[in-house]
Design a binder for this molecule. Structure first.
Ligand SMILES: Cc1ncc(COP(=O)(O)O)c(C=O)c1O
Length: 469
């Protein structure tokens, strides 16, 4: 199995990025309950035939969809070690908890948070955003809200995030009982950054209308275009208005490792909380989300739920409070910290920063290739590693959606789509450390080939238009 997976990583380029699953393969996952035992080698063979070839594809250098990291070999091996230990990181006194605490300490240092800041591994930034919003809510309402529920408060809390913020921010407000309408979506400027002047007006307007603004969410690397909000500006407004500042840095926050990007994250160190993923730009295998909260005590008070069976002791296995289960909704938790610890130690932060910078250089190269072609157009400024562009043609939304599906099915490269100002864009998020300029060329060449094949020649279109007359 180890050989298979090392070969998989070594020869990933020889495979299609992604391929559709044939019906018989899909049908193999509708099998009856496995009552009787089977040979390990037989199950392994089934994995090789039915699972491995039809995976998501984000290990492949041609994968450019959504924001998916490429993982790494040492991280993969660490997952095996973690599974072997089968440690439960709810709490208690053992070395795996210390590994997680080590990462918390490193992240405090990296992001300029104080020693009293708390941190926690979670599935991903969606969960990290939810945890941060819950701490902000309880801080605004008082911790009695946990017992009494939000219906007991006359306050109508409001939060502010840009229109380009990730959907998980609205979801977090929904899940914490305040309702997704409690998020005021602030317009963005041409660079897709939150408009601070409008933000100020909205806060003032809400206060006059009897609402209680409590939370400001800045984004470091928006999902559609990679824009970084003016975090310094947001920190100033949060401090003036006494609002909790949360930064959604799902992939962009780790840009702090690249000297070229770090200055653009100025203000991040003033945040009350930060959510980000090691599994995106950090290249740690899925999943490895993380939340950092400036005031660890507020964080603890939002989640700690004493129970007789979780009693803390002065010594023995029950020692060593605060436990991770005091900082989030999960009790049983796996050892996500180990693959992160291996990745950070084996590669070192400098090399990880260089990888991040390299993905941005590749995005700049893609931007250049798009601007050099009369058949292509750029739909948004390129801020970090995301390029939104499209093939120019009539019925462009439909044709470009087809181009993306055809690219994926051809197995050449796998961008995704989004909408920029209502127009469908081919969206390439270059996140994988294996991606190189040849992959960018392949994306451009295949886009042009498919786009041309889907679009009638200009003469035919003119002819069609004249018939129309
Ligand atoms: C800006 C932003 N926030 C939140 C998320 C959600 O992160 P996750 O998928 O790890 O939950 C993403 C995912 O791409 C994102 O780009």
């Amino acid at each position: 199995m180890l050989d298979d997976m090392l070969d998989y990583l070594e020869h990933i380029r020889e495979r299609p990025v992604w391929q559709p699953m044939p019906d018989p393969v899909r049908a193999s996952f509708r099998a009856p309950l496995p009552i009787a035992p089977a040979d390990l080698s037989a199950v392994h063979q089934e994995f090789l035939e039915n699972v491995l070839p039809y995976s998501n594809g984000n290990v492949h250098p041609g994968f450019m969809g959504w924001v998916h990291g490429g993982g790494n070999g040492p991280g993969m091996l660490a997952e095996m070690l973690a599974a072997g230990l089968n440690a439960n990181l709810a709490g208690r006194d053992h070395a795996p908890i210390e590994v997680e605490r080590q990462i918390v300490q490193w992240m405090r240092e990296l992001f300029g948070f104080p020693k009293t800041a708390s941190g926690l591994f979670v599935t991903g930034t969606s969960m990290a955003n939810l945890i941060a919003v819950l701490v902000a809510r309880d801080t605004a309402l008082g911790f009695d809200a946990r017992r009494l529920g939000i219906a007991a408060t006359p306050k109508r809390l409001t939060a502010y995030a840009s229109m380009a913020a990730h959907g998980s921010v609205r979801q977090a407000l929904d899940f914490c009982g305040l309702g997704s309408d409690a998020v005021r979506l602030v317009p963005v400027d041409w660079q897709q950054q939150i408009n601070l002047a409008v933000l100020r007006h909205l806060i003032e307007f809400d206060r006059k209308a009897g609402y209680t603004p409590f939370l400001l969410v800045g984004t470091a690397g928006t999902v559609d275009t990679g824009a970084i909000d003016d975090l310094d500006g947001l920190a100033e407004i949060a401090s003036e208005q006494r609002l909790w500042l949360h930064v959604d840095g799902a992939y962009g926050a780790l840009g702090i490792l690249a000297p070229e990007i770090a200055p653009r994250l100025a203000g991040l160190e003033a945040a009350d909380s930060l959510a980000f993923d090691f599994h995106k730009w950090g290249q740690v295998p899925y999943d490895a989300g993380f939340v950092l909260v400036r005031d660890g005590e507020l964080h603890r008070r939002s989640f700690a739920s004493p129970a007789a069976y979780l009693e803390r002791e002065a010594r023995g296995l029950g020692a060593g409070s605060t436990w991770p289960c005091d900082l989030g909704p999960d009790l049983s938790r796996g050892f996500r910290a180990l693959k992160t610890w291996f990745t950070l130690k084996v590669y070192g932060l400098q090399a990880l920063g260089q990888t991040i910078a390299r993905t941005c250089e590749l995005a700049a190269y893609l931007e250049q290739r798009v601007s050099e072609s009369e058949e292509l157009e750029l739909l948004a400024p390129v801020s970090l590693n995301i390029v939104c562009f499209r093939f120019r043609c009539p019925d462009a939304d439909r044709v470009n959606a087809r181009i993306v599906m055809d690219l994926q099915e051809a197995g050449v490269c796998a961008p995704s789509t989004t909408r920029i100002n209502g127009e469908l864009a081919i969206r390439a998020a270059i996140t994988n450390h294996r991606t190189g300029s040849a992959d960018i060329d392949a994306l451009i060449d295949a886009t042009l080939t498919i786009g041309r094949a889907l679009t009638p020649p200009v003469e035919d279109r003119e002819l069609e238009a004249s018939y129309g007359d």
